[in-house]
Design a protein around this ligand. Sequence first.
Ligand SMILES: *Cc1c(COP(=O)(O)O)cnc(C)c1O
Length: 352
Amino acid sequence: MSKFWTDVVRQIEPYVPGEQPKITGLIKLNTNESPYPPSPAVAKTVDSDAIDLLRLYPDPNATELTQALADYYQLDFGQVFVGNGSDEVLAQLFMAFFQGRGQLLYPDISYSFYPVYCELFGVPATTIPLRDDFSLALDDYQADAAGIIFPNPNAPTGMGVALDHIEALLRARPHTLVVVDEAYIDFGGQSAASLVPHYDNLLVVQTFSKSRALAGMRVGFALGQRDLIEGLERVKNSFNSYPLDRLAQRAATAALKDELYFQACCAKVVATRQRMTDALTDWGFHVLPSQANFIFAKPPAGIDAETLASQLREHKILVRYFKRERISDYLRISVGTDEQTDSLLNVVESLL
Ligand SMILES: *Cc1c(COP(=O)(O)O)cnc(C)c1O
């Protein structure tokens, strides 16, 4: 603590990301990264030409990537905003649309960055409890609010929200900005991207970190109507004009254009998720229905989740445990390769 810290810096409880261990040989199922490498097209973008050009500032508008995203989601160029990871995009939208505009609603069990941004930007928040079965019922979001934000599928439960429920919310609350954080949408959920042209109160946020295997590159984006995107651009251009470096712009564009590889990776993750769910369920785990690249599972009676997590760690397998009310009996386990999943299942079976 320094006497120079502001009140916000003194009081904030920063987000704590999942462990990124320096030790090699660990099976990392704790931060929902892709178990597969990025598209082979990504490596080809890092040629000597690309290196030579690093002496020049990148395109501040990431034009090629933005246009590729617009084409992919059948939107206009002006309906796409890119940023340095979707966490940064989220921070920018808190600044653009929530700071000083009333309260924000989000689920009690959800992405733990939302309360941190609320603190950082001084946005009052009310959490809305998930139902007893951990489902996210948008009917419960009736309170007066400037904004509503939730992940779909939700984290860390993995459970999805149906698109018609999102559309009903957008219709019912035309004066509330609804942000759907679709970090895990490509593993079986229904994206709200198709609703963007029809609702001026919708922002969809996605990332290249999970389904496109580029967590290390930091690329995220938002989809919304022109005025919303312009608000984000005003914030961006008041903070850092070049959030995406040249390599990231090229890599992300290449990854986005390799649709076959992308589909194949997502399909493998979905298949492995099912196999992992079936095995754990057979052994008495309660596994929530996941549409994400992770599962949220409660060990059978007599086995403590936190203890199991540390036993798995002794066997060089990392999973995520949250010591938090309502979810302290659960483990969040990312879907790995088939080989990693076999190792996980073998160790779990030996510990039961
Ligand atoms: C992983 C994740 C993000 C952040 O993604 P980045 O693009 O890597 O910053 C955002 N929201 C949720 C719910 C996530 O799980």
